[in-house]
Ligand binder design. Structure first.
Ligand SMILES: Cc1ncc(COP(=O)(O)O)c(C=O)c1O
Length: 373
């Protein structure tokens, strides 16, 4: 009888889904990790045009259409002064696939992958899928990842360490000094740094810098995508950029698992990357406004919350029973332990939802706080 592979039995469906299922139909959902804006019109139109022209009827090149990769490398040059060749990028089915490619191409069975705890749920699961060994590392009090903690966790068996700024589930933004340190660690220890930068354009305080700007070797690869920046989670378009030899090895996985990213989404991404960026700034401004409402509301309710400086999540410290109480009262929040053992005692709220709903949810959270204190 065929049983299931160990690398799959080691992982389970994300704890986030269980929370959604426990909540009633009318619940206010602060559990979703996606912007609540429509995809900007010019991006949708570019996809429609590409579909109508017939350009998307066939496979594209495995790496993705050249014009989209050209727009991508131009953006890295313009925004970060990082010089890449269009050959140094693979367009993927969301950043999710890009994370998978990085780990599949670089982790041998039993090798260790270091990642933040609490951290995005995919890092541990994808490590198991690559038959690697997860090495979660705790965070500072402000929920940023300390480069010294990463350096201390590195062993001879470490293949990759993951940096995610702005962070999910924390909303924390690493300082430029930290990013420089991560690059140094990747260079000096000859270990790959996987920098997950999907929230790169959602920064309210501080500044987003990439370890790729600082590395002197090719030991940094960057994953990002259109999902969060352009409100395109359903389009499934992300990318990985890195040195030619690393891209070459990741392409071997992508070629057989995916062939190419969805062609209409590639044309949409080209329009997103090369078109007007005002919609991005508008979304970021709106998230910042909501961040302030949420942080004030949580503090007024007596909760302590490290101030999130980016993305659209807040991670307050919560007393025992608070999450269950809030969910029972019709607001979906995700218990922190869904993001790793060190998430216990926290909850993640996504504030990518309407202001009126947020205010209502904050009242319910305050009432729940009284009920469990
Ligand atoms: C930190 C982080 N990385 C990657 C992803 C995956 O994004 P995509 O929709 O591009 O697959 C997410 C989605 O929530 C995320 O929060």
């Amino acid at each position: 009888m065929t049983e299931f592979a160990r690398r799959v039995t080691q992982i389970s469906i994300s704890g986030i889904r269980e929370v959604f299922e426990a909540a009633g139909e009318d619940a206010i959902n602060l559990g979703l990790g996606q912007p609540d804006f429509p995809t900007p019109a010019h991006i949708r139109e570019a996809a429609i045009e590409a579909i109508e022209s017939g350009a998307v009827d066939g496979y594209t090149s495995n790496q993705g259409i050249l014009e989209c990769r050209e727009a991508l490398v131009e953006r890295y040059d313009h925004e970060y002064d990082i010089n890449l060749d269009p050959g140094d990028a693979i367009l993927t089915s969301g950043a999710s696939e890009a994370l998978h490619l990085v780990l599949e191409a670089h982790v041998d069975p039993g090798q260790e992958v270091i990642f933040p705890d609490p951290g995005f749920v995919s890092y541990e699961a994808l490590t198991h899928l690559a038959s690697g060994t997860p090495k979660p590392v705790g965070l500072r009090d402000d929920l940023t990842l300390d480069p010294a903690a990463v350096e201390a966790a590195i062993t001879d068996d470490t293949a990759v360490f993951v940096v995610n700024s702005p962070g999910n589930p924390t909303g924390a933004v690493q300082s430029p000094e930290d990013m420089r340190e991560f690059a140094r660690i990747a260079d000096e220890h000859d270990v790959l740094c996987l920098s997950d930068e999907v929230y790169e354009h959602m920064v309210f305080e501080g500044e987003h810098r990439s370890p790729l700007e600082f590395a002197t070797t090719d030991n940094v690869v960057v994953v990002s995508g259109c999902s969060k920046t352009y409100s395109m989670t359903g389009w499934r378009l992300g990318w990985v950029v890195g040195s030619t030899r690393r891209i070459d090895h990741m392409l071997r996985v992508h070629q057989y698992a995916q062939a190419c990213a969805s062609a209409p989404a590639q044309y949409a991404a080209k329009a997103a990357l090369s078109g007007p960026q005002e919609p991005v700034a508008e979304m970021a401004a709106s998230f910042q406004e909501r961040r302030d409402i949420v942080v004030d509301g949580l503090e007024d309710a007596g909760l302590s919350v490290p101030k999130p400086k980016g993305a659209f999540y807040a991670m307050p410290k919560v007393p025992a029973g608070w999450c269950e109480e809030v969910i029972d009262r019709g607001v979906v929040v995700v218990p922190g332990e869904a993001f790793g053992a060190n998430g216990a005692g926290y909850a993640r709220l996504s504030y990518a939802t309407g202001v009126e709903e947020l205010k209502e949810a904050l009242e319910i959270m305050a009432a729940a706080m009284k009920a469990v204190s």
